[in-house]
Design a protein around this ligand. Structure first.
Ligand code: GDP
Ligand code: IMO
Ligand code: MG
Length: 423
């Protein structure tokens, strides 16, 4: 496998963790480049379930270097609890995990501010994960953030934190809140810094050393194309560039070193949080929830579900330069008599084959559906393309044709083994 960026083509939770795990087999280095612990990437290995939030999913395979790049926002306390959870499950972290000294730190007042702003917005809330991701990236953009390199500098950190908390106190006061006490925050973060210090390094230098050695890279995108701060359904988005371009900015690896972009898409659509969703359907939501599926990996919230939206994914294929598709959760459609796919939008009396930039316009779009017959068979045991029912193969071929990219992986269950490779 050449150097590959993996991105979500919908609203997140496409099954990126599972596909990363499959592809990690052929990579040497796995890199997270944006987002933070708002992500929840599920990987099943031999019946054991792992949910990764900050640590690249490659950690589950032995001998892979895992890197949290400069574009990520790191909550050090969550990171340590994630490391401990993995170690309890028998995953060895050792020297396999590196953290960029330029990655920004999420501080305890960030989630507080995130929550306060959401509350103040009332019905207009975004439905964030309340992990403080927006406020942490806002500090970065405002050039008042604290970075991992500062956190592990025991001499400078106390003063930087004190300074940052001075302003945070004033901002939180606008919402009638106070930040957690300085001393308690300092103690907790200083302790975390002690543990993380050996992992914190200049990852740009290290990654370029690995490139020089001819190592193969896999960039693990978090969230999805329509949660991108520029290309998503603003303001119902996250605060980073979740699209392929973000992988280069968030790691310091140049675009010329990228050989392939894998776009992960569910065979239907889901979304957590607020915002427009033209193909949202009560029928498919109820059916999937009744099967115990589509509950958030980070917050446990039930995901909103809808039919596959080819307009959305076709545009994601273009924005990201997707050359290979990974189609997941195909088995989720096994029980349906008929399956709908959105092939265009109607906005007023216009027909659109692209995604409008304004959330209000997308919300007003009515989907134009094409209907496919269901296959009414269990696909979860299929391990080869020929083992899928004919109607299922036709459905997947049509999806690929509609979105304009080649299917490379079909996933029929959460486990590593429940995967069909077509490349
Ligand atoms: P991510 O954020 O993109 O990594 O996706 P999540 O882990 O948040 O959500 C995807 C969910 O679908 C998880 O529960 C996965 O275990 C599950 N999953 C992934 N691929 C498949 C599949 O092909 N079939 C089934 N049944 N579940 C899948
Ligand atoms: P993975 O990597 C699905 C959504 C939230 C909310 C919006 C903003 O598992 O696919 P934030 O906390 O980032 O400020 O929330 O983005 N969101 C996700 N939805 N999967 C994710 O990550 C998400 N990360 C954020 O629900 O609508
Ligand atoms: Mg997820």
């Amino acid at each position: 496998m050449a150097n590959t960026i993996l991105v979500g083509t919908q609203w997140g939770d496409e099954g990126k963790g599972k596909i990363i795990d499959v592809l990690t087999d052929e990579a040497d280095v796995v890199v997270r480049t944006q987002g933070g612990n708002n992500a929840g990437h599920t990987v099943f290995v031999r019946g054991e379930k792992y949910i990764l939030h900050l640590i690249p999913s490659g950690i589950l395979r032995p001998g892979k270097l895992c890197v949290i790049g400069n574009g990520v926002v790191v909550n050090p306390l969550s990171l340590i609890s994630e490391i401990e959870t993995l170690e309890k499950l028998g995953v060895r972290i050792g020297r396999k995990l590196l953290i960029s000294d330029a990655a920004h730190v999420a501080l305890p007042f960030h989630p507080k501010l995130d929550e306060a702003r959401e509350k103040a917005k009332g019905k207009k809330r975004i439905g964030t994960t309340k992990r403080g991701i927006g406020p942490a990236y806002a500090d970065k953009a405002s050039r008042v953030g604290i970075r991992m390199g500062d956190l592990v500098d025991a001499e400078r950190f106390p003063e930087l934190l004190r300074e940052r908390m001075r302003e945070a106190r004033r901002i939180l006061a606008l919402y009638g809140l106070r930040p957690p006490p300085y001393r308690r925050t300092l103690d907790a973060y200083a302790e975390a810094a002690e543990r993380l210090r050996p992992m914190v390094t200049n990852t740009v230098v290290r990654l370029h050393r690995e490139i020089a050695k001819g190592k193969r890279f896999l960039f693990e995108g978090a969230q999805g194309t329509y949660l991108d701060i520029d290309h998503g359904t603003y303001p119902y988005v996250t605060s980073s560039n979740t699209t392929a371009g973000g992988a280069c900015a968030g790691s310091g690896v140049p675009p010329a070193k990228i050989d392939s972009v894998v776009g992960v898409m569910k065979a239907y659509t889901t979304r957590v949080g607020e915002g427009p969703f033209p193909t949202e359907s009560e029928e498919i939501s109820q059916a999937l929830h009744a099967m115990g599926r589509e509950f958030g990996a980070t917050t446990g919230r039930p995901r909103r579900c809808g039919w596959f939206d080819a307009v959305l994914v076709r545009q994601a294929v273009k924005i990201n330069g997707v050359d290979r598709l990974a189609i997941t959760n195909v088995d989720g459609l096994d029980a349906f008599d008929r399956i709908r796919v959105c092939v265009g939008y109607r906005l007023g009396n216009r027909r659109l084959d692209w995604v409008p930039s304004r959330a209000a316009d997308l919300a007003a779009c009515r989907p134009v559906y094409r209907e496919f017959p269901g296959w009414k068979q269990d696909t979860s045991g299929a391990r080869a393309w020929e083992e899928l029912p004919a109607a299922c193969r036709r459905y997947l071929e049509s999806l690929a044709e509609l979105v304009g990219a080649r299917p490379a992986i079909v996933s029929v269950g959460p486990d590593r083994e429940q995967t069909i490779r077509l490349d």
